[in-house]
Design a binder for this molecule. Structure first.
Ligand code: PMP
Length: 332
């Protein structure tokens, strides 16, 4: 027996490649091409570095308050974390403690199985249909929790409230997570359902629609009981996940709704133009409600396009996985 036997054995999530050069086109991590809101940039300039000698507010109160106000919720219904990956990992730890499997689609965000493996959470994946649609009826089975990315990634398909309601109605005894990283680009948020379902948690991020992937801010919204469980886990790991700059700049972003709406609208318009251009080239893709297209070509294998584009310093995302290995995920 050596200390090596006691090391964690896990296959981690692999994020989109970050090329080590300056002149390239990066369409592989669904980042926003526009800068953060002007108020965010002003707040950085005015930030008093001396304040860093003190710990930040462990509750990230100004940011959580701003989010609560924006969504018409109470402070006790909002949890803020270090990117939605952090928030989702804490959700898995806080909500999925059953012996029954957590269920989610076979084609979805590939971080979910990593958290399940790491946290010893049993899980089962449910196949989407041949058009990548999730069938809500498939989620009417005993489980220890449900995770739905809506819009889904990497498929880009967004579903409405009837779909989420069907899943929630079938699962009163499980926590249902709606991972809404891409919802601002034309998806339907489940936030209005929070009033009706105290087992629903909605997770969103500043990384995509708010152009702040580099700042790492995510948040969860749900009943006071769910948010308390999240806080209990957080305070059992690390009290100060949100640093002073994240709290300040995140709050500045929320305060500028005009810029937020303009930026999102520009990306949606570009996406619709891109759909038309890609169709002309013969590509097929689900009707995206996100800031990316999930595209396939009938004649040219996706891997070939991925490699050829990379040669020209254009980085898109290719997943060498069953069912989706002839698709490219291309950020708008
Ligand atoms: N959920 C989904 C579905 C995503 O695609 C991503 C981005 N990789 C995230 C959550 C996490 O984003 P972030 O940690 O930047 O908030």
């Amino acid at each position: 027996m050596s200390w090596r036997d006691n090391l964690i054995k896990i296959e981690p999530y692999v994020a989109g490649e970050q090329p080590n050069k300056t002149d390239f086109i990066k369409l592989n991590a669904n980042e926003n091409p526009y800068p953060p809101a002007p108020g965010v940039l002003r707040a950085i300039e005015q930030f008093r570095g001396g304040s860093l000698k003190k710990y930040p507010d462990a509750n990230a109160k100004p940011l959580a308050d701003a989010l609560a106000k924006r969504f018409g919720l109470q402070r006790e219904n909002v949890f803020v974390g270090n990117g939605s990956d952090d928030v989702l990992a804490l959700c898995f730890r806080a909500f999925f403690n059953s012996d029954m499997p957590v269920i989610y689609p076979d084609i979805t965000y590939s971080f979910y199985p990593v958290w399940c493996e790491m946290l010893h959470i049993p899980f089962e994946t449910i196949p989407v249909d041949d058009s990548f649609n999730i069938n809500a009826a498939d989620y009417k089975r005993p489980n220890g929790g449900v995770v739905i990315a809506n819009p889904n990634a990497p498929t880009s398909i967004g579903r409405g409230l009837d779909f989420m309601r069907e899943i929630l109605d079938a699962n009163p005894d499980s926590v249902v997570i709606s991972d809404e990283a891409y919802v601002d680009f034309g998806g339907t948020s489940s936030v209005p359902l929070l009033k009706e379902y105290e087992n629903l948690v909605v997770v969103q991020t500043f990384s995509k629609s708010r152009s702040m992937a580099g700042m790492r801010i995510g948040y969860a919204m749900g009943s006071a009981e769910l948010i308390k469980a999240l806080n209990d886990v957080k305070y059992s790991f690390n009290s100060y996940t949100m640093n002073r700059t994240s709290i300040l700049l995140g709050t500045a972003s929320i305060e500028d709704d005009v810029y937020f709406k303009e930026t999102v609208e520009k990306i949606v318009n570009t996406r619709e133009w891109f759909k038309a251009e890609m169709k002309k080239l013969g590509f097929t893709f689900p009707d995206s409600k996100a800031n990316f297209l999930f595209a396939s070509h009938p004649k040219v294998p996706a891997k070939e396009i991925f490699e050829a584009a990379r040669e020209k310093d254009i980085y898109v995302r290719y997943f060498d996985k069953p069912r989706i290995n002839n698709y490219l995920r291309i950020t708008i």
